[in-house]
Design a binder for this molecule. Structure first.
Ligand code: HEM
Length: 538
């Protein structure tokens, strides 16, 4: 049936009421003292000065002054919805995760977002979209923090601040707001050519979704599943929208962005309210967990690479239905805190170096954004599983802990039925063999192939989609002031496809560089010679 209504009193979690913000028939101060007037300051006479002793005025203004919290450093603009996930049971052989057992229904909260714009920016800009799902499972919270594009700009999280600084508005004029039409973005992606594959997806129709309801979602990284026998499988997660994948044309996006900057947000809320509940199937591509962690020559730890579905089909494992709008945007959509480290038994991480950085970043940023370390107690973030931790105190602590000995084992607080130990219900890290190695700041040689999959993507496009891609590159690069940056990006395009490069060069009024010319000022890539050979041309 319908999930219990969300309530700031914590009813949906079974926890005792913790917030008494809107009880009783009378208007009161935050301390519960009844008020008789909230429209006039206390003054020395009707035309006299306002008195400092007006405690109601000061409380009201003080609280208003602190209503805003920092927006997310990325993915600031978003819209959320509640729903339910129903498992088909088809993943039971590869994972012991309880929420993936046949017929299990799990409440979820999903937040869609753009990446680069600020909280008030328009919805229909050309950008990557976030697709983050919080599963409130009986074994704790599992977050699948994905995007609508299956690859990422960089291979190592140490470059994340750099790519975001390059993509955000220029620091001097703070423009452009949320588009890739500027010098620093193209400077970055033409110098850090591992970004070329993701950039091509952005320049394609995928960069302007028609609706959140018609977007695919991807976990991007390879994860590791563990089944009841302890056997492991490498996996990539996919969300497939029941409505199919649809985009806007650039011209449509300009109109919707201007006429209704809330286009995607409104579309999602209206559809849910009208009972047209959007649905996605969750699917997995599975790969044997070999020591090399490659599949058909593709490095599974490289987040700039996909595994084509022709090589590894996506197997559906469950159905997501969004069926309820948030009742309070701030309490739910703004305060929700996703984290790739929110895992449940049966789902583990791999050594993808981008994922490793994310495992640090989300909790760290939320300490600032949500003012302290207790944001897991905010209603939208509370697990639906019982919590019994040894975390104490801190800003905005809501729990009143009992006992004197928050350490285990202890002999004071009623003995030690303390942790699950080898119990299969516990989250146990997979004992992965690590190769004997030395400490290095290096990437594996396979990470040097920056172009073959961008070419693969280009070759998979229909003629009309190719025209859109050419127009997008031409428009966005046309906004760049520095010709050297345009020329460098054209050289990168020459390594992807000669026709693409020639058409964009023509549009920019610049000469097309030789398709096979060396990328003199770009990181050398040993795999360049394979471009066009690894994948069949169309
Ligand atoms: C936020 C996805 C890479 C840091 C988000 C959100 C999504 C997302 C969907 C929005 C969450 C929400 O709706 O609240 C991804 C994907 C990545 C990626 C798919 C690559 C595959 C990274 C990396 C870092 C990072 C490498 C840092 C090293 C952040 C931060 C936030 C964020 C700081 C804001 C979180 C908050 O304030 O709650 N990311 N991200 N992301 N991401 Fe990522």
């Amino acid at each position: 049936g319908e999930p219990a209504p969300y309530s700031p009193t914590g009813r949906h979690t079974g926890n005792p009421p913790q917030s008494r913000a809107q009880d009783g028939p009378y208007l009161t101060t935050a301390q519960g003292a009844r008020l008789y007037d909230t429209d006039h300051s206390l003054k020395a006479g009707p035309r006299g000065p306002v008195l400092l002793q007006d405690h109601h005025l000061r409380e009201k203004i003080m609280h208003f002054d602190h209503e805003r919290i920092p927006e997310r450093v990325v993915h600031a603009r978003g819209a959320g919805a509640h729903g339910v996930f129903q498992a088909y049971g088809t993943a039971e052989g590869v994972t012991k995760a309880a929420f993936l057992r046949k017929g299990t229904e799990t409440p979820v909260f999903v937040r869609f977002s753009t990446v680069l714009g600020s909280r008030g920016s328009a919805d229909t800009v050309r950008d990557t979209r976030g697709f983050a799902t919080k599963f409130y499972t009986e074994e704790g919270v599992f977050d699948l923090v994905g995007n609508n594009i299956p690859v990422f700009f960089i291979q190592d999280a140490i470059k994340f601040p750099d790519v975001i600084h390059a993509g955000k508005p220029h620091p001097d004029r703070e423009i452009p707001q949320a588009q890739s039409a500027h010098d620093t973005f193209w400077d970055f992606v033409s110098l850090h050519t591992e970004a070329q594959h993701h950039t091509m997806w952005n320049m394609s129709d995928r960069g302007i979704p028609r609706s959140y309801r018609t977007m695919e979602g991807f976990g991007v990284h390879t994860f590791r599943l563990v089944n009841a026998e302890g056997a492991t499988t490498l996996v990539k997660f996919h969300w497939k929208p029941k409505l199919g994948v649809h985009s806007q044309l650039w011209e449509e996006a300009q109109i919707t962005g201007g006429v209704d900057p809330d286009f995607h947000r409104r579309d999602l809320a209206d559809a849910i309210e009208a009972g047209a509940h959007p649905q996605w199937e969750l699917g997995i591509q599975t790969f044997p967990d070999t020591p090399e962690q490659t599949f058909e020559g593709i490095d599974l730890l490289d987040p700039t690479k996909i595994v084509p579905e022709e090589l590894a089909p996506v197997r559906p494992i469950g159905l997501l239905t969004l069926n309820r709008n948030p009742s309070n945007f701030f309490a739910e959509t703004e305060q929700v805190a996703f984290h790739v480290g929110h895992l449940v038994p049966g789902i583990d991480v791999t050594d993808d170096p981008l994922l490793a950085g994310r495992l640090f970043s989300y909790l760290d940023t939320q300490i600032t954004r949500l003012a302290g370390p207790n944001f897991h107690q905010i209603p939208i973030n509370r697990p639906h599983a019982p919590v019994n931790d040894m975390l104490r105190d801190g800003f905005h602590q809501q729990a009143v802990h009992s006992g004197v000995a928050p350490y285990k084992p202890n002999s004071l607080d009623g003995g030690c039925p303390f942790f699950a130990g080898a119990d299969t219900a516990a989250f146990i890290e997979t004992p992965v063999e690590l190769p004997a190695s030395r400490k290095v700041r290096e990437a594996p040689a396979s990470f040097d192939d920056h172009f073959s999959q961008a070419r693969l993507f280009w070759l998979s496009m229909s003629p009309v989609e190719r025209e859109h891609i050419i127009t997008a590159y031409t428009f966005e690069l046309g906004k760049v002031y520095d010709n050297a940056i345009k020329e460098r990006q054209l050289r990168a395009l020459a390594h992807i496809d000669a026709e693409l490069c020639a058409r964009v060069a023509e549009g920019l009024g610049l000469p097309a560089p030789e398709p096979t010319g060396p990328l003199a000022d770009v990181r050398p890539s040993p795999a360049l010679s394979q471009v066009g050979q690894e994948w069949p041309a169309d």
